[in-house]
Design a protein around this ligand. Sequence first.
Ligand code: COA
Length: 175
Amino acid sequence: MPQLTSPDVRFHASLLDAVQECVEEGRDPAVLLGHEIGRHATTWREPAGFAAYVDMLLAETERPRRPDWVPMTNLWYVQDDTFLGSLSVRHRLDPYLLDFGGHIGYAVRPGARRRGHATAMLGAALPVCRQLGIDRALVTCDTTNTASRKVIEANGGVFEDRRGGKLRYWIRTGN
Ligand SMILES: CC(C)(COP(=O)(O)OP(=O)(O)OC[C@H]1O[C@@H](n2cnc3c(N)ncnc32)[C@H](O)[C@@H]1OP(=O)(O)O)[C@@H](O)C(=O)NCCC(=O)NCCS
């Protein structure tokens, strides 16, 4: 059964497959793996470079990659050694996140979409939020992103408002 887990070098080969999938479908792998993939792309095909990328992701609970970012927990959704998607929980909201970004960002690799993974992955992230002290998680999506809107609503998202091009929903993370 798929589960959320911490980034780990054992998913190296599968992540490279996922990036290739993005390239073949003309999608930007940054959606799946963050814009830092541009900086790491040349090195992370080698085990040492990939390990450095994983270390950076793990360190973001305390040292975000950018000084203006809040700490976040980066997780991968996996089945056995197969990488299916990525999800990040931002530990608190800054003004930008409150208006647009929300607490949680997620993406599913192109070849694994439309199988319910995003819905299950967001559900699995709610206890993680709870543990981080987030009682109500803000989750946003583009007004045009029907799939993500359904994912949020299937997880109990209560619509608050629209700000710019974003729909904003709150999800209770526990009872
Ligand atoms: C949005 C995204 C995460 C959905 O992932 P997914 O695993 O395919 O989603 P699910 O399989 O859980 O599907 C959720 C619902 O959306 C629907 N859906 C999925 N892809 C869709 C599409 N391209 N168009 C319309 N509906 C779609 C599904 O049918 C399902 O609807 P249902 O609940 O009525 O059956 C994925 O498309 C993705 O990674 N997109 C790029 C990144 C992104 O947009 N992230 C969200 C940022 S807020």
